[in-house]
Ligand binder design. Structure first.
Ligand code: ZN
Length: 412
């Protein structure tokens, strides 16, 4: 089998897809189910059909493009990613995994390879949280991580529910039917840009993901007592911002002392009320994002943080309420899929790094129903989600080649 990636065609398809955008180039804005996104989806479907793949869409808009194997009833080997893009993003996030996956399939076809298991390209719907506030909605539904009822009720900024928006986009199926059985996929592999600087720093073109970190996020409300900045003397104060400052440092200290570099915690929003120079802060609203590759360790750090909060609340006479917004479990990639990726790299003489995915992806949810792996390629300066994101053509092509080799191994 001689596998060759048509780098020129793959790159020109990346450019064509980037032109489906509501922002001026090089920026890409492609919010799911907008007219621009629907045009981009139709274009991707036409590319898949041109490659002889059978295309179907489910009720949330996940696109499945299938190359039937010698045994069409066997579990499929899946690959894919997403094409929706946050406002003012770049052209590589997700797209490399979709168009790279398509080119991997075409390279296998050209080589004369005939898979035993079907090979299926997946374009996950609504990966970005931009429209409905929840990331990876398509893969959450596929994997049963979110119920159809809960998903249907999510609303966009204009008050349109998922159900209304998807029907307007021509998706009339039953959301309940999006969930796939555990045996549907034999394996799943996602090709993606790293969205971090490690591959570039190591001057290595390929990364094989060992585990995918996952966040828990909380909204926190502190209430103290306001008053005049001159009139209320220090012993009488219940300053909500001073309490918040203690909390933020407790978060940092708990994450630093978890014993693992994979624990990270961030307070990214801190709103102070009433927000006047001569007024004692009475209320603070904050968010906490805490991530790890190990669920028990992440939960342990959250407990440490909570104990610190209780102390602060008691000591300072403020009330602290927290609301858990989401808590996804991290995932380990499947040893078999990792081995297939590593063998494919070695076969072509490509060095690779084993790494952790710090961002989460559709693969996190696919891992609930299928043995899953991820392959990373570098992106300049680690930039992603910005117009100047860049991945070198040869890295994109190399990723597609290793993906093709891996799909062949997994479907043979
Ligand atoms: Zn992505």
């Amino acid at each position: 089998m001689k596998l060759e990636i048509d780098q020129e065609r793959l790159l020109s398809e990346l450019e064509t897809l980037a032109a489906f955008s509501d922002a001026e180039p090089p920026a890409v804005t492609r919010i799911v189910f907008t007219p621009t996104d629907l045009k981009a989806r139709a274009w991707v479907i036409s590319r898949c059909e041109e490659a002889g793949l059978n295309v179907r869409q489910d009720a949330i808009g996940n696109i499945f493009a299938r190359w039937s194997g010698a045994n069409p009833a066997a579990p499929a080997v899946g690959t894919g990613s997403h094409i929706d893009a946050i406002p003012n993003a770049g052209k590589y996030d997700g797209v490399v995994g979709v168009l790279g996956g398509l080119e991997a399939i075409r390279a296998l076809q050209r080589s004369g390879f005939r898979p035993k298991n079907p090979i299926e390209l997946l374009v996950f719907a609504t990966e970005e949280p931009t429209r409905f506030g929840v990331g990876c909605l398509g893969s959450r539904l596929l994997s049963g991580t979110v119920s159809a009822d809960a998903a249907a009720k999510l609303k966009d900024r204009d008050g349109g529910s998922v159900d209304e928006v998807r029907r307007k986009a021509g998706l009339h199926g039953n959301l309940q039917d999006t969930k796939l059985s555990k045996g549907y996929y034999k394996a799943f592999v996602e090709l993606h840009i790293e969205q971090g600087p490690l591959l570039e720093r190591a001057q290595t073109s390929l990364g094989i993901v060992r585990s995918i970190a996952a966040p828990a996020s909380l909204r926190i409300l502190l209430e103290g007592a306001g008053g005049h900045a001159g009139g209320v003397l220090m012993p009488d104060r219940k300053d909500a911002l001073c309490a918040a400052a203690e909390l933020i440092l407790a978060v940092e200290s708990a994450a630093r002392s978890s014993g693992a570099p994979d624990t990270v915690a961030t307070v990214g929003v801190c709103e102070v009320f009433p927000g006047a120079v001569n007024s004692i802060p009475s209320r603070v609203r904050m968010t906490l994002d805490i991530r790890d590759t190990d669920l028990a360790r992440r939960d342990g750090v959250m407990q440490v943080i909570e104990r610190a909060w209780q102390n602060t609340a008691a000591k300072r006479g403020v009330s602290i309420q927290s609301e858990l917004l989401n808590a996804d479990a991290p995932a380990d990639c499947d040893p078999g899929v990792r081995a297939a990726l590593a063998d494919s790299c070695r076969q072509h003489g490509f060095p690779f790094l084993e790494m952790v995915s710090r961002a989460y992806h559709d693969s996190l949810f696919m891992s609930r129903i299928a043995p899953t792996g991820m392959l990373f390629i570098p992106c300049r300066n680690g930039y992603s989600n910005r117009p100047d994101a860049y991945a070198a053509p040869e890295d994109v092509a190399r990723g597609a080649l290793v993906l093709a080799e891996t799909l062949a191994k997994l479907s043979a």
